[in-house]
Design a protein around this ligand. Structure first.
Ligand code: ADP
Ligand code: ZN
Ligand code: MG
Length: 450
């Protein structure tokens, strides 16, 4: 049998819970993390018959803002659709989502080495309730909390453009940073406000063609239950290995949804994957289509700050900062703001920026000096300090020792505190520019000699 090399084909789906005050289609508070179950609910988010949903404008704005920052085209005509499936945490029997006309389409993200990864769409939907399986006494119960039901959920879907795991991780980390920079979500993985799914297949290695022109495998496996960046990496590694082994045996990989087990480091089959037709999508009849004018979109554009990938490029190109410092500043907005002030103030100080970055990142000097100007002053003083030469120390020490014969006798007789006095006197003659250790050594040697 002919042996092939296989290349991973990976596409991502990222869910992000928006940090709006209210839920997506009602006025309930969207707070749901660690609070009393079923306290933020109403007929709309409980899915009671006859309740009428109305979209949250703030959530729509946040979704569009997010889409613009990822270079998406914003649909001026958009709508919500019903996506049907049965599960107890979905009380209506369908989820209000967006099917064929999402708010944002066709964007892209560039990695630090400028590889382009296409974003297919970004749409808005509602989150589901949460089921807890509990044993109370000797009986098992499944409990449902609807506080999360109806919380705005944004879903970003990429094209299957990723072929290595590092790019995947860089991307999802930037999605998290972007959510924070844009203040659309805190995107905490542990709290479930950012959730990852990865679709993966393997294709035979072909040379010559551009990645995006290469034929996609006729199957894909969707990985779910990934709740940290670390698990994303190991789930992908495990799944690539599993699929490689199957293909090398000459078998076919089954299209399905798989979970990841953190303990065994393996993926396991959950269910066969449903297709769009299984969901019986149709336009949500209770919510009219959403129209946007260019003007409104332009206003949202003005609200977008410098994004992490832009800052990364600027730090690389304009100031030549080492990547390790850049990445720390990108993640830590407070430090980053401090460093930005340094950049403004440092124009004439002549201090090296990587040196300053090092003093902040490794010595925490930004905590010691609340004001960036004070840090710069301190670093300048440090830099301009010229130390006294050995000859200058010798001269100063000799004259101090000569003037203090009585003190030296006392020192020799064990009055050790005299040493500090002598060092102080010598340092005074040197205007504080002496090295304390060198002075001490000089005195000790001098005493031993006579
Ligand atoms: P579906 O309609 O089945 O949900 P989509 O085309 O919307 O499929 O893609 C869903 C996700 O699967 C996207 O993230 C996409 O990039 C990814 N994907 C599509 N085809 C493949 C493939 N052959 N291998 C890996 N991922 C894929
Ligand atoms: Zn409600
Ligand atoms: Mg979805």
């Amino acid at each position: 049998m002919k042996k092939y090399n296989y290349v991973p084909v990976i596409g991502l789906e990222v869910h992000i819970e928006l940090s709006t005050k209210r839920k997506m289609f009602c006025d309930c508070s969207s707070e749901h993390f660690q609070i009393k179950p079923n306290t933020n609910v109403c007929p709309i988010c409980l899915g009671l018959p006859g309740a009428l949903p109305y979209p949250n404008k703030e959530a729509v704005k946040k979704c569009i803002k997010f889409g613009i920052s990822f270079n998406c085209m914003i649909n001026k005509f958009s709508k919500f659709d019903r996506k049907h499936y049965f599960y107890p945490d979905l009380s209506k029997g369908y989820q209000i989502s967006q099917y064929d006309i999402p708010f944002c389409e066709g964007g892209h993200w560039k990695s630090s080495v400028n590889s382009v990864f296409r974003i297919k769409r970004i749409h808005l939907e509602e989150d589901t309730g949460k089921i807890q399986h509990r044993k109370i006494g000797s009986e098992y119960f499944s409990l449902i909390d609807f506080n999360r039901s109806g919380v705005p959920l944004m879903e970003l879907v990429t094209e299957p453009d990723f072929s290595n795991i590092n790019d995947v991780l860089d991307f999802v980390k930037d999605v998290q940073l972007a959510s924070r920079y844009l203040e659309v979500s805190n995107a905490d993985m542990e709290k479930g406000s950012m959730r990852l799914e990865a679709n993966i297949s393997l294709r035979k290695e072909e040379t010559g063609k551009r990645d995006q022109m290469k034929r996609l495998p006729d199957y894909k496996v969707e990985l779910k239950n990934i709740n940290s960046f670390r698990f994303l990496r190991s789930a992908l590694e495990a799944e690539i290995k599993r699929q490689t082994d199957i293909l090398k045996m000459g078998d076919k990989v089954i299209q399905e949804t798989r979970g990841y087990n953190e303990k065994t480091h393996q993926t396991y089959s959950q269910r066969s994957k449903e297709e769009a037709k299984d969901y019986r999508y149709f336009p949500e009849p209770d919510i009219p289509p959403i129209l946007h004018q260019s003007k409104e979109i332009d206003i949202i554009k003005t609200d977008i700050p410098e994004m992490p990938w832009m800052k990364r490029q600027r730090y690389k190109k304009d100031i030549g900062l080492k990547d390790e410092y850049t990445e720390i500043f990108l993640k830590d907005r407070k430090r980053s703001a401090y460093f930005e002030q340094i950049l403004l103030l440092n124009k004439n100080s002549g201090l090296d920026l990587s040196y300053i970055a090092d003093q902040i990142v490794n010595k925490n000097l930004d905590l010691k000096y609340q004001s960036p100007q004070k840090l710069l002053n301190a670093l300048s003083v440090e830099k301009n300090k010229t130390y006294a030469s050995s000859k200058e120390i010798k001269n100063a020490a000799d004259s101090v020792l000569k003037e203090n014969t009585k003190a030296i006798e006392d020192l020799k007789n064990g009055k050790i505190q005299i040493l500090g006095y002598l060092i102080g006197s010598i340092q005074k003659k040197l205007n504080g520019k002496g090295n304390i250790n060198e002075i001490r050594r000089y005195i000790e040697n001098a005493l031993m000699e006579n």
